[in-house]
Design a protein around this ligand. Structure first.
Ligand code: PLP
Length: 369
């Protein structure tokens, strides 16, 4: 059995969500069909819509189901077509948005970060003064690599004062910190099922009342015409159950596990750097680097010891690039290439933390020998 410390990549499916998925598969039916089976599928899907809406304090009719956070982010970029005159992104937005932004035909501005991994609000204010109005402004709720929680309420005030619209990627927020559409004061909120212990293949774009939504795709009229194509009912049903459970997760328990990990890590490796440690951070995430121990080597070694962790860097064709997020925080490329991430969640136990630490101790002793 492997020791799973990678909840930010994907949280294992919760048993209650898995059972709900299986029940939905057994019912089958297209939620757009008017017959009994179709109505049964629709009922399951609408119950899930309520569950997802409730988890963030939104109205069910403003929840648009998608295949995940990536599609929801892309949908938000299209929703402002004809309204937004510019696009402002924080420098640490997920690739799901970052790599799609150049495909949007709008002038683009990037808001820099401070050394703690939070968006620089003074710089954001300056950009908002210059960017053509109204701007669509994307600031994620919490970063997937560092766990740094962004000052969304203050960013929202700046965005509102500049007449803009705020897009908040909360894929890593739900289940780790409280998420409320009203408190965040966002026009668009994005969630992903598999980050919260639901199945892969479901997510949502959630609109605040009155948020612009340009219909840019034709199709069968599903999701009130806003996202055509037959909905993935089983995944959506599992997502609903996971959202309800995640909103009740015990963050203090998970924080204790993460803190136990970091305290022991610093005993094993007093030189380890823990990124965004003094920032407001998700309770489940630890991004650290042991100078000289490159992420690609470390991850393979940990995997051989049965520990599933992640790097803070993007791996492509076996080469690890320094993470864009750490670079934006001013971390040197050499240290950034050593960044490793462990992230815990609903299924994590003390035994997982201890097993990960034992593996680290063993591997570091071997390196030193
Ligand atoms: N946004 C953030 C912050 C993420 O961590 C992820 C997952 O990697 C995504 C978006 C993309 O989510 P999905 O896999 O649901 O498309």
């Amino acid at each position: 059995m492997s020791v799973y410390c990678d909840h930010n990549a994907g949280s294992p499916i919760r048993p209650e969500a898995a059972e709900a998925v299986v029940r939905a598969f057994a019912i089958g039916g297209n939620p757009s069909s008017v017959h009994a089976r179709g109505r049964a599928a629709r009922k399951l899907m609408e119950d899930a819509r309520e569950q997802v809406a409730t988890s963030v304090g939104a109205s069910a009719e403003n929840v648009i189901f998608t295949s995940g956070a990536t599609e929801a982010l892309h949908l938000a970029l299209r929703a402002v077509r004809g309204v937004a005159q510019s696009l402002v992104l924080s420098a640490i937005e997920h690739d799901a948005l970052w790599e799609e932004a150049p495909n949007v035909d709008l002038p683009r501005f990037v808001a820099p970060m401070n050394g703690d991994g939070a968006v620089d609000l003074a710089a954001l204010e300056q950009i908002l003064a210059e960017a053509p109005r109204p701007a669509l402004v994307a600031v994620m709720l919490a970063n997937n690599e560092t766990g740094a929680v962004q000052p969304i309420a203050r960013a929202a005030t700046l965005v509102r004062e500049a007449g803009g619209m705020l897009l908040v990627d909360a894929a890593q927020g739900l289940g780790r910190i409280p998420v409320s559409l009203a408190d965040l004061d966002a026009s668009y909120l994005v969630l992903s099922s598999h980050k919260i212990g639901g199945p892969q293949g479901a997510g949502a774009l959630i609109l605040a009342s009155g948020a612009p939504f340009a219909i840019t795709q034709g199709g069968g009229g599903q999701e009130r015409g806003r996202r055509p194509g037959t909905e993935n009912v089983p995944a959506i049903v599992g997502f609903g159950v996971a959202a309800e459970l995640a909103a009740r997760d015990d963050a203090a328990r998970v924080r204790a596990l993460r803190d136990r990990f970091e305290a022991a890590l610093l005993k094993i490796e007093p030189n380890a750097a823990i990124f965004a440690r003094d920032a407001v951070r998700l309770p489940n995430t630890s991004l650290f680097a042991i100078p000289g121990w490159r992420a690609e080597t470390a991850l393979i070694a940990l995997d051989l010891e049965g520990v599933c962790a992640s790097s803070g860097a993007a791996c492509s064709s076996g080469k690890v690039r320094a993470s864009r997020v750490l670079t934006a925080m001013g971390v040197s490329p050499d240290l950034a290439r050593c960044a490793l991430r462990v992230s815990f969640g609903w299924s994590s136990m003390e035994a997982d933390v201890d097993a990960a630490l034992n593996a680290l101790t063993k591997l570091r002793a071997r390196e030193a020998a």
